[in-house]
Design a protein around this ligand. Structure first.
Ligand code: FER
Length: 285
């Protein structure tokens, strides 16, 4: 069986041709559609705060930015688990808060007691000295794609320690989750599964072809922290669904428990807002 997407595209180095969408019988919703307005501000619901955080990166040699969501009733006298949420190929640290509207999703879940109050860190996942989105013709350039791969070190060596120094976080992998959309979904699977010592809860939403093979990601040391959640989702109209289908099938063959949720959308914010809605209810329980 074919692993990963088809051959590279000479016009766009680093890019791959998405294959035609073919849905299998288990490519279905694992959860019902969220209630109307789940990603909109609602009157009477306490709001968390989204702040800009800066940290020094030894990987890029620069000061870098991340958005940080602090839940309603946040108190430095309490301690919180942390979810790292990674953006897509054309995004930055404001894709999750501004485009997907992560804060109202989280506010409503926390108000209803459906999600644990958590700190959510939304970094810039492009570990390059110039970490702004590349112009169209360089989106798939080797350098730009490598910036996403190099974020692995920036995240683990610079960002996570800086967050743990500056916010009242709960320690250990069991109190840390990582998820992302598209390019960030591939990163979350690669880095989250690749670092069981750092993350026990992992989500890939509409994961891109930067996703490594499941077989290479699932060699966990038996004496380390267990994987608590592996969540995969994609829209049934998303041209990249083949990446997630292959990953899901590989997990099935390996007998690795996971959630596979196929929603009704394409490669778009509706799918990612819903993925966050489902994923946030499952972590840190
Ligand atoms: C690709 C197609 C799409 C790819 C990455 C993407 C690295 C990412 C898309 C996104 O983040 O929206 O071939 O290769």
């Amino acid at each position: 069986m074919q692993q990963g997407p088809a051959a590279g595209n000479p016009e766009r180095p680093g890019a791959t041709q998405p294959r035609a969408i073919r849905l299998a019988s288990d490519d279905v919703r694992a959860f019902p559609v969220p209630p109307a307005g789940f990603a909109d501000r609602q009157p009477g619901i306490a709001q968390g705060l989204v702040k800009e955080f800066e940290y020094d990166s030894a990987v890029t040699g620069k000061r870098r930015k991340a958005s940080v969501y602090l839940p309603p009733a946040y108190s430095a006298l309490r301690r919180y688990p942390v979810l790292y949420l990674l953006h897509g190929l054309a995004g930055t640290h404001d894709e999750w808060p501004a485009y997907v509207r992560a804060a109202p999703v989280l506010d409503q879940l926390i108000a209803a007691g459906k999600a644990v109050p958590m700190i959510v860190v939304m970094p810039n996942g492009r570990a390059l000295p110039d970490d702004q989105p590349a112009p169209e013709e360089r989106k798939f350039s080797e350098e730009h794609v490598a910036g996403f791969a190099n974020f692995e070190r920036d995240l683990l060596e610079n960002l996570v320690p800086a967050i743990d120094r500056n916010y009242p976080t709960l320690p250990g992998a069991g109190q840390r989750a990582i998820a992302g959309l598209s390019m960030g979904g591939g990163q979350a699977l690669n880095f989250g599964l690749g670092h069981p010592e750092a993350f026990s809860w992992v989500g890939g939403f509409s994961a891109a072809p930067n996703t490594r093979a499941a077989t290479s990601l699932l060699a966990r040391p038996a004496d380390g922290p267990p994987l608590r959640l592996l969540y995969l989702s994609c829209g049934k109209q998303d041209g990249l669904i083949g990446v997630s289908q292959d990953f899901h099938q590989a997990l099935r063959r390996l007998g690795v428990p996971h959630i596979w949720h196929v929603d009704d959308y394409g490669h778009e914010r509706e799918s990612w807002a819903e993925a966050l809605y489902q994923f946030a209810q499952l972590v840190f329980r």
